[in-house]
Write a protein that binds this ligand. Sequence first.
Ligand code: 13P
Length: 253
Amino acid sequence: MKKPFIVGNWKMNLSLKDAVKLAGEIKSFAGNMVNTHIGICPPAVFLSDIFKVITGSNVILGAQNIHFEDNGAFTGEISGLMIKDVGCTHTILGHSERRHVFGETDEFINKKLKKCFVDDISPIFCVGETLDERENGKTNDVIEGQLQNGLKDTNTADAKKLTIAYEPVWAIGTGKTASPEQANEVHAFIRDFLSKKYDANIASDIIIQYGGSVKPDNIRDLLMQNDIDGALVGGASLKSDSFLEMIEIANSI
Ligand code: 13P
């Protein structure tokens, strides 16, 4: 099994004080967790402060989104160069909340993904189907479309920097988790796609995280699946108890 990659997506939560405290607790704990890659994606306005807290540790800092331009008249946006400037090596892209709440298209996400590779940022590229799509038997088609369009014009060198997060929309923040087998089926489908697009070795090295109501009591069974290499965690990453417990479990597998 690859070293699991466990990332907390803090979304639009926490005060600066609570975020700094949580990051400090994660940093202290992470030092002994040598079998796990650990990342946190705080709200953008906290990135600088959080970088100061975790600097020198093995905790990876990521943003939750970027724009594909370096600068310009894009009110409210932040660029890849800006997140690098404050210590990020990673960013989430194409999260379902960006797709469904803010109307981001595959084409828009593709531009940002390609910019990550130009700027030497590692994207955590999210894909996932809605409940309606799953119930209508369209899961694989939807995932394939998101991968095809999102990864358009990327090459094998780019793929080495890529993490994929499979997040079924119906499992995000709902308490409903895909069963480990259900999730693994989609992960295997994603891996097969990557193998055809790049090559089998690269595909087997790409981390494919699962996201959607991951908690201390289900993370082990998820990570035990062949094609699940990590987790992108929302709600349960906001409390040190549950996040550290999940890291400890991942580290022990
Ligand atoms: P929850 O873990 O709160 O379901 O959120 C998942 C998610 O969207 C992570 O990016």
